[in-house]
Design a protein around this ligand. Structure first.
Ligand code: HEM
Length: 427
């Protein structure tokens, strides 16, 4: 960490509260100490730059997530960089694509529930059970590729490709198109990051439009010739005699599945390995007992600490006073799932990685209420199976010689490591 980063982090703990800028890139990367200050001193805090109200305590975040009537997920003005920009070049790029419509994540009940019905079948326990051999084979194939080297950059060697290959196979695309999916995911994430310049936003838009045209073709293929995959289930589902989803609705749902499904799971799997390296006593516990129950506890604690979906948007439907702060109608709030998961009021010694925590299951990395993550069961399977295969085949994870602790990316909504160079031995 540079001296500049250290001084930004220190200042966030000592500056007058109203001077705290929680969206500073250094604080997005390493928010933990600042989050504690917010939970203790300003549980509802309005960022003076963006105007967003930060809701940081566990009970408050859960309350907000459980109350879509008062805290809506429908934004009246665009909150993402692409929608908010007036750049004529950007407008011209977006004209080549399809208009975006609000579906699951950006919609409220009852419409949100309607969209969920279209995809619930695709993520049912029986559909996911059928996917397990594919997940296990993919994890083994990725380890086959790295085991002889004794070291790798774990995010790109395992963390990214495991969920990416699963989702690409389920979205009806050939593995030869994997690189395109990586590119499009980055385009969508860039749009969410709130950190891009004008050219960066245009580049994101080009990626998004390319993604749309690609999927319009795949949707047509699956409508003509359905297969046993998630895409076929989404594009052909007809609920309660209603029309199937329109092209624009399908594109919106697929893009949410792609973004929500890749980056988050990749981040948690990779941070899981880092947490083992940082916490040898917990690693020992797993070595002594790598049973499915222990791996499942480990996964829940990794999810709590990593919380890759760190902040999500909400809008206040009415004026509300909360912890002495007046939040006007139609204000933008952040439901801060990552901060909630580190709230000492719920998780004693919250920064301690402890796979024996009695209340592991209370973590809210997947959100809560009507928007509770569609892919939670899939993601848990990927992590549980992925780590089982890792523990069977690799051991003694450590930082590679000369490598330092991982850096985190600066992103307003998603939190994750930028890379992790590790060495290991065959088990
Ligand atoms: C570690 C992995 C994951 C984490 C931490 C995560 C986190 C979350 C969170 C916090 C929400 C709630 C958002 C809100 O309340 O506004 C959510 C919703 C969602 N997630 Fe995930 N997610 C993960 C994996 C996945 C996967 C694998 C998929 C799909 C394949 C997925 C698809 C979705 C979708 C579509 C929604 C919106 C649901 C709705 O609004 O009805 N997620 N996720």
């Amino acid at each position: 960490m540079s001296q500049d980063s250290v001084s930004v982090l220190d200042a966030a703990l000592t500056c007058p509260m109203h001077e705290l800028h929680p969206m500073h890139p250094e604080l997005l990367k390493r928010p933990w100490a600042m989050n504690r200050r917010l939970r203790d001193e300003a549980p509802i805090y309005q960022d003076p730059q963006s105007g967003i109200f930060f809701v940081s305590r566990y009970d408050d975040v859960v309350k907000m997530a459980m109350d879509p009537a008062n805290f809506s997920s429908v934004m009246l003005k665009p909150t993402r960089a692409m929608g908010a920009s007036q750049d004529p070049e950007l407008v011209a790029i977006l004209k080549e694509g399809y208009p975006t419509v609000a579906t699951m994540l950006t919609q409220d009940p009852p419409l949100q529930r309607r969209y969920r019905k279209f995809v619930d079948g695709a993520f049912s326990p029986s559909s996911l059970k059928a996917l397990e051999p594919f997940i296990e084979n993919t994890a083994n194939a990725l380890i086959d590729d790295m085991i002889k080297d004794g070291e790798c950059e774990f995010l790109s060697a395992f963390g990214v490709p495991l969920p990416l290959r699963v989702i690409v196979s389920q979205l009806g695309a050939p593995m030869s198109d994997l690189h395109l999916f990586r590119k499009w995911t980055e385009a969508f994430i860039g749009n969410l990051s709130q950190q891009l310049d004008a050219e960066g936003i245009r580049e994101s838009a080009r990626g998004m439009v390319e993604f749309q045209h690609y999927f319009v073709e795949r949707i047509a293929e699956r409508r003509a010739d359905p297969k046993d995959d998630i895409l076929s289930k989404i594009v052909n589902a007809s609920i309660d005699g209603e029309q199937p989803l329109s092209i624009e609705e399908c594109l919106s749902m697929i893009s949410q599945i792609l973004v929500a499904g890749n980056e988050t799971t990749s981040a948690s799997i990779t941070e899981g390995i880092w947490l083992l390296i940082e916490n040898p006593q917990e690693y020992e516990k797993l070595k002594r007992d790598p049973s499915p129950e222990m791996i499942s506890n480990f996964v829940e604690e990794v999810l709590r600490i990593s919380s890759p979906s760190s902040n999500m948007f909400r809008r206040s439907v009415h004026e509300v006073e909360w912890h002495g702060v007046v939040i006007p109608k139609d204000a933008i709030l952040f439901a801060r799932f990552a901060s909630a998961n580190q709230d000492e009021r719920r998780f004693p010694e919250p920064s301690r990685f402890d796979i024996s925590r009695p209340n592991l299951k209370e973590q809210v990395a997947f959100g809560k209420g009507v928007h509770h993550c569609l892919g939670a069961a899939l993601s848990r399977r990927e992590m549980n199976i992925g780590f089982k295969v890792i523990f069977e085949r690799l051991q003694n994870f450590r930082l590679s010689e000369g490598a330092s602790a991982p850096e985190f990316a600066a992103n307003a909504l998603l939190h994750g490591v930028e890379g992790l160079h590790v060495s290991f031995d065959p088990a």
